[in-house]
Design a protein. Structure first.
Length: 222
C-alpha cells in the first residue's frame, strides 16, 4: 500500500471449485447435490478447507483483497435453489469473508447468472464487492444500487455486447451505467465479460477515456 500497490489474490470458488475441478460437467455436480447429498458435502468440505488454508496463506503474505469465481446461475435464475445455497455453500462463503475481514482485507466474489435471490445473504455475510452485475443475466444495477448500494460495492454493469455498439451507443451506455452506479460511491465500472474482440480500437479508447475520467465521483458529461 505504501508503494501504491493493492494486492488482490484469488482462491478457487466453492460451488465452482467442486464443479470445475472435481465433478464437472455441471450436470454431474447438480446430480450429486440432489441425489448424493452426503457425498457432495464431503467434496465441498475438501475443497472448502483447501480454499480456507490457501486464503489464510495469502492473507498472511499481505493480500488486501481475496477474490473467487463462483458462477452460481444463468440468466433466468440459479443452478440450485437458494435454500440449497444457504445450506451448502453460504457457510463457506461466510467463513471465507470473516477470515479476510479478520486480516483487514476485502472480498470480491464473481458470479455470472441471475443471483438476485441470494444477494441479501451475501450482504448479511458482509461481502465487500460483487461482480459482474451483468445486464444479460438480469442483474438490475439500478435495483441493486437502490437496495444495497450503501452496504455492497457493485462491480460491472456494462453489457457484454459493447463491442457491437456504435460510438454514440457506447457513450450513452457508459453514461447510463455511471449515472446509476456512481452516486455515493461503491461502484466499479467494468464489463460483464471480457473486452470483446469485435470492439473497435476507437471505441475501446473511448471506454478507457470514460473509465479514467470518472474513476472518482464528479459531475457526468462527456
Amino acid at each position: 500500500m505504501d508503494r501504491g500497490f493493492f494486492p488482490m489474490c484469488g482462491i478457487n470458488g466453492f460451488f465452482s471449485g467442486v464443479w470445475y475441478f472435481l465433478r464437472g460437467p455441471l450436470e454431474v455436480t447438480l446430480k450429486d447435490i440432489y441425489m448424493r447429498r452426503g457425498f457432495y458435502k464431503k467434496l465441498l468440505a475438501k475443497i472448502g478447507e483447501f480454499n480456507i488454508k490457501a486464503e489464510k496463506n495469502l492473507l498472511e503474505r499481505g493480500a488486501l483483497m481475496i477474490g473467487w469465481v463462483e458462477d452460481l446461475g444463468y440468466n433466468k435464475g440459479m443452478f440450485i435453489h437458494p435454500k440449497l445455497y444457504k445450506e451448502l455453500i453460504y457457510p463457506w462463503h461466510k467463513r471465507a469473508i470473516e477470515l479476510a475481514h479478520k486480516y483487514g482485507a476485502f472480498v470480491n466474489m464473481h458470479s455470472h447468472g441471475n443471483i438476485n435471490a441470494i444477494v441479501p445473504l451475501l450482504v448479511n455475510a458482509k461481502l465487500d464487492v460483487l461482480n459482474p452485475i451483468g445486464p444479460s443475466d438480469n442483474m438490475d444495477l439500478k435495483a441493486l444500487k437502490e437496495n444495497y448500494g450503501d452496504k455492497l460495492c457493485l462491480q460491472g454493469g456494462l453489457s457484454k455486447h459493447i463491442g457491437l455498439m456504435s460510438l454514440e451507443e457506447l457513450k450513452a451506455h457508459l453514461l447510463d451505467r455511471l449515472r446509476i452506479g456512481s452516486p455515493g460511491g461503491g461502484f466499479i465500472l467494468s464489463s460483464e465479460g471480457d473486452i470483446p474482440y469485435e470492439m473497435s480500437i476507437e471505441n475501446f479508447k473511448e471506454f478507457l477515456k470514460a473509465s479514467r475520467k470518472y474513476r472518482v465521483n464528479k459531475p457526468l458529461s462527456w
